[in-house]
Design a protein around this ligand. Structure first.
Ligand SMILES: [Zn+2]
Length: 128
């Protein structure tokens, strides 16, 4: 990231929001944009954040990302909590147990057949 300086035009709003600290501030005669490595503007950077240095900006951006992630997590959990929880019926448990038993029996049967009927590939390697 880098900070790009630009002249403040008259069309600029009188209050901007800092992309780093999210605080509102009044822009000065020079507007400072935080840009990503591709040069794309990510938002305005307030004079306070600029004065605190690049390490501060990085840490603050990391904190912002963490807060957004936590908010998304809580929103996701809230959306889950709005729905009813339908527990599986006892018949579904037994059905799943039976399904697993049949799958494991089938896999065991396949393994037994595999031991009895060695493939030519296996025999080739065992001869050496
Ligand atoms: Zn700021």
């Amino acid at each position: 990231m880098k900070v790009h300086l630009e002249r403040r035009f008259t069309s600029c709003p009188c209050q901007l929001e800092c992309v780093v600290c999210r605080n509102k501030f009044e822009p000065e005669s020079i507007r400072s944009y935080l840009c990503n490595d591709q040069g794309l503007i990510q938002g305005d950077c307030c004079p306070n954040c600029l004065s605190l240095g690049s390490q501060y900006i990085l840490e603050k951006m990391f904190d912002q990302t963490k807060k957004i992630r936590e908010k998304l997590d809580s929103m996701f959990l809230e959306s889950l909590a709005e729905n009813n929880v339908n527990l599986p019926k006892i018949s579904q448990w037994f059905s799943k147990l039976l399904e697993i038993f049949l799958q494991e029996s089938y896999e065991l049967q396949i393994a037994k057949i595999g031991f009895r009927n060695k493939s030519k590939f296996t025999i080739f390697f065992e001869q050496e």
